[in-house]
Each structure stands twice: as C-alpha cells, then as structure tokens.
Design a protein around this ligand. Sequence first.
Ligand code: GLC
Ligand code: CA
Length: 538
Amino acid sequence: MPALPWYHKTSIYQIYPRSFHDSNQDGIGDIQGIIQKLDYIKELGFESIWCSPFFSSPQADFGYDISNYADIAPEYGTMSDALQLIDETHRRGMKIVFDMVMNHTSIEHPWFKESRSSRDNPKVDWYLWRDKPNNWQSVTAGSGWHYAAERKQYYWASFLPFQPDLNYRNPEVKQTMFDIARFWLGKGVDGFRLDIFNYIYKDAEFRDNPFTPGLIPTESNPSGFFQKAQYTLNRPESYELAKELRSVCDEFGEKLLLGEVSGNRNTIRKFMGEEVNDGLTLVFDFGMMDFKFTARYFRDLIEDIERYFPDPFMPVYVFSNHDRARSISRLENDIRKAKLLHLLQLTLRGVPCMYYGEEIGMTNLRLPFAAALDPIPHKFESIPRLVFDMLGMTLNRDEVRTPMQWNGAKNAGFSSAEKTWLPVHPNYEAVNVERESQDKSSLLNTIRAILKIRNSESALRRESLEWIDRLPKSVLGYQRKDGENVIAVLLNFDDKEKEFQLSEGKWTCILGLSRDDHFMDDIVKLNSYGGMILKSAE
Ligand code: GLC
Ligand code: CA
C-alpha cells in the first residue's frame, strides 16, 4: 500500500484565537497565548492545528472580514508572533494551517474602498457590481445586494453586507489571492482551511435563482428562503479553482487544503477531484452535525461516507466548530455519550477535526440576543428567540465561542483581565483542563488515551475499515488494519449494558471507556454507552 500523505493521516485541533488564551491581560485571546498552550495540544495528542483568522480586520465578523491578508490584527499580535507560532508548532512536530477567506474581504479593505470609489478606477471590477439587483439571497437571508452611493451601483455579498464578494473572473483578483497563499506558504504554513469556498464563483450571467418551497437551509441542502441556490454556489468554476489552488500549494510540497463547503455528499466530494485527489485535499462534511445518537444512524452515515470518499480520498469527521452548537449540547450534556462520540470520531477512517474545549466537554452558554457581539442574531431581532430554539438553531455564535476553561481560577485561567471579550461559562469550576487532568476517567483523559492509541497504532491511520457483524443492535463495531496490525472498536449506543461474544480473532483490550467495560474469554461486556478498543493478539 502506498504511504498516505500526512494530511490524510493527521488529526486537527481548531483554535479560535480570540477565546483560547490571553497572554497580555486585555481579555482577548492572542497569538502568544496560543504559543503558551502548544504543549497542551501536543500532549493532548493532536498532530495539526487550524487557527481561525487573526489577520488585520475591523472584527465585524471577528476576523472573517479581512482588511489586509498579509498582516496580523494588533489585538492578536504581530507578524513576528505569527512566524514564531509557525516555528514553535513545527518544533513540536506538529503542523499548522491558517484560515483563508478567499470569497470576500472586509468592506474596510483598501481594494474595496478603491473599487467603490468610482466607476473608473484600477479595481473597478474587483468585486461584483450591478446596476440592478437580481433575486439572489445571501446566506444570512435577505437580498445580498447592497447599494453604494459613490458608484450608484449594487455590490454582491454572499454573507453579511460588510463582507463584499471578490470577482474571481478578474484574473488579477485570482492571481493576487494565489500570491497571498504563496506568501503564507513561503512563511511555512502547512496549508489552509478555506472559508465558504463553494461560494466563490457565482453565475457569470447573474441568472435569477429558481423557486423552491424550502424556507430553512440545512447542513446538506444550503438552498432556502424559498429559492434554490443554483446560481450562487457550487458552480463548476469553483471546482476548477480548487485544482488551481492545489497546484499553487504543490509548489511548496504536501500542503493541506480543507474546504468549508456545503451541499450533498456528491457535490462536496467534487471539490476534491473526480478520479484522483487533485483538488482540495479534504472537505468538511457538515451533514453529520445533525447526527442521531444511535448505532443505526452512524452505521448508515459511515457507509455513505465510505462510498463517497474511498481511497484516494479521505473524509473528515467533525461535530462542532465556531459557528455551530457544542457537540455535548446535542448529547443531553452526557459525558458518557461525549466519550463514545469522540471514540468514534478518533478511530474511524478519516481525519478528525475537534473544536477547542470539546475535549473537556464545554457547553453552549445561553446569552441574550440583544447583547450579542456576533452580528447574525441582530439581523433577526424581530423574530422571537423561541422560534430558533424550536428549530434547534444556534443563531448567536457567541454562545459557542466562550473562553477556553483552563482551570478554576479567575476567568477560568483564560485571562486575568477584569472583563473578558465574552463571558466565561459559569460551569468553569467543574469543567476545566486542570481538574479533568487529575481525574483518570474524565473526558479529557479519555480523549488523550484514544489519541495516544491513534498515534501509535498505524492501523488507525490507514485506508481500511471493515464492519464487525453479528453484534447486538445497539452496538457498532469495526476493524482497522495495517498488515498484521489489527484494531477493533466496539461502541454501545444504548443506555443498557450489553454482553456478547466476539469469537473471530484473538484480542486484547487496550482501552475501555467505562470501568465496567470488560473483555475476557471472547466475551465482551459494554456498560451503558460503553466502548472499547481491542488489539489483535497475534
Ligand atoms: C464561514 C465562517 C464563519 C463566517 C462566514 C463568513 O462560515 O466559518 O464564521 O462568519 O464564513 O466568512
Ligand atoms: Ca490579549
């Protein structure tokens, strides 16, 4: 079997810099703060980190609105801090990917200011300008066309009005963005997470989107607000762009490109290439965010993913991020379920991507919409919150971005400032790194133990995944193989204990999620929501 590229074997830890660790007591997390915590991530067992953006930005969308791609926002640090971060990550044998927001800039970006200033300037068509809007809706609902009095024209913004979309049909724009990628690759970053990559190209003729009865977009169907997003995303030119960006990266060696894309599995897979993986190296598959906590659901999910992402492709397993609910909030805040979910995530055939704080079981913090720093809820202030609660939507992303809980001290050890940028979750005295480090059976130590096995057992980082059949209905079981090295994983999704025989092969149990998970004389006993990793004894 040929060796897998590193980016198909790795495990990714997502850092939201503003909330990770504050090194200079201003209440805002920063790059030096990340550097101080690299040993923690290393020791936890993740091999790569992805940092949400810390480039120059007015922070209207907390860094996803960039005003200079080649500099760092002062509240996070300096260029030299960023270079030190790359260096310190590499010194620990880990990889680091930055967040590239290619689709749009901030309205404050000098390119946009120039483009907006007149109908006759060198950047006149760096953005998408029209005399009249068509019917296109933005991702955040409502028309995405916004009037600029200076030009007496409308510009297009897929996301929020202060995030104007760049025009990639202008070759200068594309080249400039590729050069920005080269700039950071030249500084040593190991790749990029690509923000709303599937939105970059819109229809060249600006044709109206057709009607669809659906109101609310879902993870696997981004159409909504009564229109099919036919001409605003997943355009053929964006698949091509994936390949071009990949060749830019190839100039620098094996680099990771992780696309934030949306659509059904067939659509998102296309970003990686047709027969060979010559596009993005990985894409998020957000469909799984709506998981049901049953063995049947995950069996179907994994089978489907295996169908769409066979070798030489590799899937990504992700259950939360800075835009979506904390995974434990979808598990009735049950630590046993969280352990099981992460045992699955870290042992499947795929690249796991874990959002900071998931490893200690951080939960959403309910905050009033009116005081939100996130711009999204302000768009919907006229709609009662109850509606979103009923739909299970986390509209206010502040709720999933609260400071990392390091210990039981002031501000959970995140910062010693009087006020932190977002409040610390009041559960920090019980849920924090220091406390969970001392408890052998904590979620944190469980994840450490699983990652340790993942990092030392080559079978868990190969292409193979085979089902173990004839198990109780609520139990999911699979094997991973690398030649003689075989690992089996068994997971009980029921709250009742399960006992069954596992006759094929000779096994040793190398991890049990609960104290009562046992394996002896071919008999497996799994506690409620228990789980186990077995290793072939040959
Ligand atoms: C992506 C980011 C999100 C951001 C949006 C606009 O979805 O994950 O945080 O607000 O793009 O850039
Ligand atoms: Ca700071």
